[in-house]
Design a protein around this ligand. Structure first.
Ligand SMILES: [Zn+2]
Length: 389
């Protein structure tokens, strides 16, 4: 029920207070209530969320047939040949077991559906609530975001990455901090399109271990989600119904390598996740792809390519919803399903890397790049007696 006393700013749900012990009540100023003022918008959101149950938004399981994950290859050198679990039907046609977004991100999907069914169905858990608040705010401001991303369509990769982070990705994230790879040439703390100072920073985005797959991520959102921004030249252009079924090969291999390394790393570093199906996002100027890996169950998922723009030149809202689910996976993702566990189609990553699996389980870290290593070599206490001038 709406609290009509007013006066409470919607940002109050962002405060660092105790989580509420009783059902959260919206206020007339909260975005949850405001969004319901336009019943058309609510109906639209509901219909868009329902697309997450369709073939347009699904994942396939991948098996690794060959890769170079057992050697000290940088992500840019990563090689990974995969197959999907396609079967031949009795009629001789090909069929692939696929998993809906609404199945993989059951929590996030329910959050949106519950809210669009009843304005009082605001999530009780603070993190969930902030996640939903972020989504609604982005949808309210989608026109401005669309303009910003349109303006950056001709920008070079670093400017595209920053515009994307500044106008879309961070606004969708519960944790809005982000770090951009400081190896980008011509980097600037000013957003290309609006000349605003960005709230993220440039830094060391390296992950992994130099004995195995390792390298620099383009962007890390909230120290939880790696993002790869694809280059213009290699981009697949989707025209009408014609589109590639895969992200460009060079980026796809890198993305798989990043996804697996990041997932093992998060498993080692974070003990608080409900599950360890961890996503990576690949995003080009016209399309998005998601990969997820769970190192506990050796399950690797690849999404269908998701188009970002409608033929009329507008951002596709369901694509925004898909990216929101991935970015906030710790609140939205429900982990590998029983069907995935029992279908007998694992990624076979342990088989591919053999004894190097131990390195993936125990030795991965943030800051593994050459710069970080040099720093480490000179860190031991024995050098503390040096009085530098
Ligand atoms: Zn801008």
């Amino acid at each position: 029920m709406a609290d009509c006393s007013g006066g409470r700013d919607s940002r109050a749900i962002d405060s660092r207070g105790e989580p509420p012990s009783k059902k959260y009540k919206t206020t007339k100023d909260s975005v949850f209530d405001k969004y319901w003022d336009d019943s058309n918008a609510v109906e639209r959101l509901k219909k868009i969320a329902e697309l997450l149950t369709t073939r347009d938004y699904c994942f396939c399981l991948l098996k690794i047939l060959k890769c170079n994950a057992d050697k000290g290859n940088a992500f840019s050198q990563a090689y990974c040949e995969t197959s999907t679990n396609s079967k031949e039907t009795s009629a001789g046609a090909r069929s692939i077991d696929a998993y809906r977004f609404s199945t993989v991100f059951k929590h996030g999907y329910s959050m949106v559906m519950n809210y669009t069914n009843d304005r009082n169905n605001v999530p009780e858990r603070r993190g969930d609530r902030i996640a939903l608040e972020r989504l609604l705010n982005v949808l309210i401001n989608l026109k401005d975001i669309e303009e910003a991303l349109k303006n950056a369509q001709s920008a070079k990769e670093v400017d595209w990455t920053i515009t994307l982070a500044h106008h879309l990705l961070r606004n969708l994230a519960v944790n809005q901090t982000y770090v951009v790879d400081n190896h980008y040439a011509g980097r600037s703390c000013i957003c290309f399109c609006c000349k605003q100072t960005i709230t993220g920073s440039f830094g060391d985005t390296s992950i992994g271990c130099t004995a195995v797959w390792h390298g620099y991520l383009d962007l890390i959102l909230g120290s939880e989600v790696p993002v790869k921004a694809a280059e213009d030249d290699d981009e697949v252009v989707c025209e009408g119904n014609k589109s590639s079924s895969e992200f460009p090969a060079k980026h796809r291999d890198q993305l798989i390598a990043q996804t697996i390394v990041f997932s093992f790393l998060q498993k080692k570093e974070k003990s608080t996740y409900e599950n360890y199906l961890i996503p990576s996002i690949g995003i080009a100027k016209k399309q998005v792809v998601l990969f997820l890996y769970d190192s506990e169950h050796d399950i690797l998922l690849e999404s269908k390519l998701i188009k970002l723009w409608s033929p009329g030149g507008h951002i596709i809202t369901s694509a925004v919803l898909a990216v929101w689910l991935a970015i906030n996976f710790s609140f939205t993702c429900s982990g590998v399903t029983e069907h995935m566990k029992n279908c007998g189609f694992t990624a076979d990553f342990p088989k591919q890397v053999g004894k190097e699996l131990k390195v993936y389980e125990k030795c991965l870290r943030f800051g593994c790049g050459p710069g970080s290593e040099v720093k480490e070599m000179f860190e031991p206490e024995v050098y503390d007696i040096f009085n530098l001038h």
